[in-house]
Write a protein that binds this ligand. Sequence first.
Ligand code: KIV
Length: 323
Amino acid sequence: MSLTQPPAGPHSSSPGVSVPKVTMPALTEMKRQGKPISALTAYDYSTARLVDEAGVDLILVGDSLAMVVLGQENTLAVTVDEMLHHTRAVSRAVHRALVVADMPFGSYHGAISDAVANAVRFVKEAGAEAVKIEGPRVELVRALVAAEIPVVGHLGLTPQSVHRMGGYRVQARTADAARELQADALALARAGAGAIVLEGVPREAAAAITAALPIPTIGIGAGPECDGQILVFHDLVNLSFAPPAKFVRRYADASGLFQSAIERYREDVEHRAFPSDAESYHLPSSEVRQAGATADSMTGDAGTEFDSEDAVVNRDAFEDWGR
Ligand code: KIV
């Protein structure tokens, strides 16, 4: 948050207009009506605001933040506390989209009671409205739903299984494997999952699963027949510093835009072209004389070196003068 732009209140972009909240049942209704579901990751307040205000239906605080925000090699090391920190920032920004928090590796792989306790933290401490878990964990989905926590499943290429899969590889590449994937998806739906992310699977397999399920599928690298699509925000705007996967479409070049802004700023600072006089605060002229006198008394010289514009402005005065 910049000092010059304090946080605006809820729905500030359209005062007086309240937008209906996207809920998990609303996503199922969208599937029923054949309305595509848009989903995107976000990890902080400013991007979550942009994504929400653009009308995206579901915002996932993905554990992909380990890679695109924290610079880690894969998603395995990110902790519950780190995920909670980012989920809180996103929840503060979002008024319409459904906020889903990714449960990180290790937080739901032991006893079901520990997994439920971790999931409760995402709802209670961070404002998540659903959690996402990877793999066909049917018992866990049942337990989470019994604890009133909506669940998004995640099947196919599950990045937390990177070591077991031997890399990030497209999954379900045979008819048998596709059938098994569909059975897993149906089992999750029957256990009460509200939606399922299908990642890195052949289009044909995803289409068949989508047709068979009563709940929405949200695809990433799973073809256009899924009920919705999700991408990683940093991939969408070219901020991920990696060659894009086949399924990524880049809608903007934020790297180029930011790089050029940062370079121009650095050059302006180096050439003393920033800040200008118009970007500086000024003492009222009545104070200039006094500041000059103060400088005289402090330095003991004639004040020739003292520029009244250099006078330190205290915090109260700063606020009195506006921003
Ligand atoms: O962590 C993540 O960003 C995800 C999406 C890519 C589905 O799981």
